[in-house]
Design a protein around this ligand. Structure first.
Ligand code: FUL
Length: 690
């Protein structure tokens, strides 16, 4: 009897103290989803017929003879991606135009009919080999929509599509992700029919059975589409997930082409399937290579933002590299991508929490060491801090011997048990009290917060609300260096001059006399008035390391403060002189052009015209005439006349000088524009004086 009582007491104790792991809560990731999530950062490559025809969505009617990379090198792709810290590459094996990059048996519209390697090439095979050499995973993009195939829209096409899928999933080894795009149906070549074909996106592809092919042939591959089933689109191609990002989704409501796609940015808190978000975006405005975008490769700060808005918000980061006509990643993109990889590494090099003295918690599951706070420090998801089942809000405090400085907070949940945290905050001990530095919502697989440099000897993470017992597998603080890139600068119409650094910690120095800002620096603290001409040089200093960025140097002529546009043939003139590249002003009638009263007489040397930088811009100026007048009535002959060559392909800043004429008025006439409309678009317009 005594023995039985003891056993019962022990059993009761075990139950009360919860030394067993929390039960799974809601949907949880499958092993393939978990493996995918840990890949985090990987490349998309858009390369196909479109690369050679300068298209984004090929119509499907281009001759295969156009596909002819001069120096295709998949090993270069793999080397660059590897060096940037990426773990895999997803290739557009077939985009919407139907051109296949492997010698498929299903259609003649493929590399087989192209001059590349005399039709003997197989790009998917070459990439497979390069990925193997560099230890990268391979993923396949196969567009369901096929604007070349004459059977598209009939049941016959489904057989062709599935046969293509079978070829790709049986001939090229292990595939980690299969990518099905949501764009489906519309106009196309369709074997010469040249018509518009509509399909029912929900039923046409019989997705359930199409997915089965992937499961059968590549059981470890994750299936991507707007609706998953394994990985969902994030509902934007701009490169972010929402701050609140659930890996759960009411998947049965979603289908490829779903009109409520904005919800995909956050997922569904009450979702009944595990369908985490993948953030896909391109390093340039377009997905395919266009020479005109060579100067629009995203900046390092922009790409770092995307990193923090994807991986830092419980997503993965799929970054597209548009391979050029040689068949290689362009030198500018290569340099930027490698800089990105290096910066990501540096941001997480200084793990401040390595010096933590101890971590105390307001609750620990069963008061057991198994679920203690030491589990927060390592990278192993299987060691984690957990609370008792009935404790859905709790905190832990990291105590340090010496004050530490941090600016990144990284948290991870043990998602094998489900995503639970709904609200959390970060506080530091300062002046004998707790001071909140951040208040956020979800964590999920990984959440990274960027905060200003913060110094303290105690940091408290409070989980304010969770769906069940809390299970945190990692908590770390880092001190990232300042982002040492050239500062940006601009002047507004009223002459206010701004210099902008990518982060708050950086110090900015400048000179207005063309001298090196390291020699005779002025510290920039706030916008100032620059009412005269100046060659401005600026630099960023990281106060922590004492290191400097490269110098930015930009010439600013007279400000537009007193300028007035004359007549009515110009709209949004203020946007042409506000220093912002992405706002557009228009000349509404090219024959009348744009007339500006500069407010006083100058000796005018010429002008600068920045074409619009937005992705689908129109009405660039190809040929122009430029006049100067004292009174705005008699103009005489143009003082400058000429062309802006290759403007559509290469819309960079254009400067024209040599006028050398005194006057108070100028007239700028677009003689020819890129589109057949009687108007011209302008992002920025400046006058150059002597
Ligand atoms: C989009 C496609 O239509 C684009 O061309 C590109 O492939 C992108 C990744 O997905 O929806």
């Amino acid at each position: 009897m005594k023995k039985l009582t003891t056993i019962l007491l022990v059993l009761l104790f075990v139950q009360c103290t919860n030394t067993t792991a929390p039960k799974k809560l809601g949907p949880t990731p499958s092993p393939r989803q978990l493996a995918w999530q840990e890949i985090e950062f990987y490349a998309f490559i858009h390369f196909s017929m479109n690369t050679f025809t300068d298209d984004e969505w090929g119509y499907g009617d281009k001759n295969p003879s156009l596909f002819n990379p001069t120096d295709l090198d998949c090993r270069q792709w793999a080397r660059v991606c590897k060096e940037a810290g990426m773990k895999g590459i997803i290739l557009t094996a077939k985009h919407h135009d139907g051109f296949c990059l492997w010698p498929t048996k299903t259609t003649d519209y493929s590399v087989k009919e192209s001059p590349w390697k005399n039709g003997q090439g197989d790009l998917v095979k070459e990439l497979r080999e390069a990925c193997d050499e560099y230890g990268l995973k391979l993923g396949i993009y196969l567009s369901p929509w096929d604007r070349n195939n004459k059977t598209y829209g009939t049941p016959e096409y489904l057989d062709i599509f599935r046969a293509q899928l079978r070829e790709l999933l049986t001939q090229y080894g292990d595939v980690f992700e299969v990518w099905f795009d949501g764009a489906n149906g519309g106009d196309g070549y369709y074997g010469g029919a040249r018509e518009s074909r509509k399909i029912d996106r929900k039923t046409y592809y019989d997705w359930e059975n199409t997915y089965k092919i992937v499961r059968e042939l590549q059981p470890n591959a994750c299936l991507f589409s707007d609706a998953g089933p394994d990985v969902r689109w994030v509902g934007t191609e701009e490169g972010f997930a929402n701050k609140t990002n659930w890996s759960t989704l009411r998947r049965d409501e979603v289908w490829p082409g779903w009109d409520r796609y904005v919800e995909l940015r956050s997922g569904h808190e009450d979702g009944d399937y595990w369908v985490p978000a993948e953030v896909n975006t391109s390093i340039r405005p377009g997905w395919f290579y266009h020479e005109r975008e060579d100067h629009q490769v995203k900046t390092l700060p922009h790409l770092m933002d995307t990193y923090y808005h994807s991986i830092g918000r419980n997503g993965t980061f799929l970054l597209n590299l548009p391979v050029d006509r040689r068949g290689q990643i362009h030198a500018i993109d290569e340099k930027r991508l490698i800089a990105l990889g290096k910066q990501i590494k540096e941001d997480f090099q200084d793990e401040v929490t390595k010096t933590v003295k101890n971590i105390s918690a307001s609750n620990t599951r069963g008061q057991s060491d198994t679920f203690g706070t030491q589990g927060l420090l390592d990278k192993d998801m299987n060691t984690y801090w957990a609370t008792d089942d009935d404790v859905t809000s709790a905190s832990f405090t990291m105590n340090f011997e010496q004050p530490i400085t941090f600016n990144r907070v990284l948290l991870q949940e043990n998602i094998q048990l489900g995503q639970r945290v709904q609200k959390f905050s970060v506080a530091i001990w300062k002046d004998n009290q707790w001071k909140e530095v951040a208040k956020e919502t979800t964590i999920g697989y990984k959440r990274i917060l960027r905060v200003p440099n913060t110094t303290t000897n105690k940091v408290r993470i409070s989980i304010l609300k969770a769906k069940g017992a809390i299970t945190i597998s990692k908590a770390a603080l880092f001190l990232a260096p300042a982002l040492l890139v050239e500062p940006r600068m601009h002047r507004t119409q009223d002459g206010l001059f701004y210099i902008i650094a990518p982060d708050q910690e950086s110090e900015i120095y400048y000179t207005l006399n063309g001298k090196n800002p390291m020699d005779n620096p002025i510290k920039y603290t706030a916008p100032f008035t620059l009412d005269h001409k100046a060659q401005v040089n600026a630099i960023i200093k990281d106060p922590k390391s004492g290191k400097y960025s490269p110098v930015t140097s930009k010439y600013f002529d007279i400000p537009a403060t007193d300028w007035k546009v004359v007549g009515t043939s110009t709209s949004n003139f203020e946007k042409m002189v506000n220093g912002q590249d992405h706002n557009i002003g228009m000349i509404e009638d090219n024959k009348k052009g744009m007339v500006i009263d500069l407010g006083k007489v100058y000796t005018i040397d010429g002008f600068r015209y920045l074409p619009v930088q937005n992705r689908w811009s129109m009405n660039f100026i190809k040929r122009y005439a430029f006049y100067v007048s004292m009174n705005g009535r008699s103009w005489g002959k143009p003082v400058l006349q000429g062309s802006f060559d290759n403007i559509r392909n290469n819309p960079i800043l254009q400067s024209k000088v040599g006028a050398n004429k005194k006057g108070r008025y100028i007239k700028f006439i677009p003689l020819e524009t890129t589109d057949k409309q009687n108007k011209a678009s302008i992002a920025e317009f400046n006058i150059l004086t002597k």
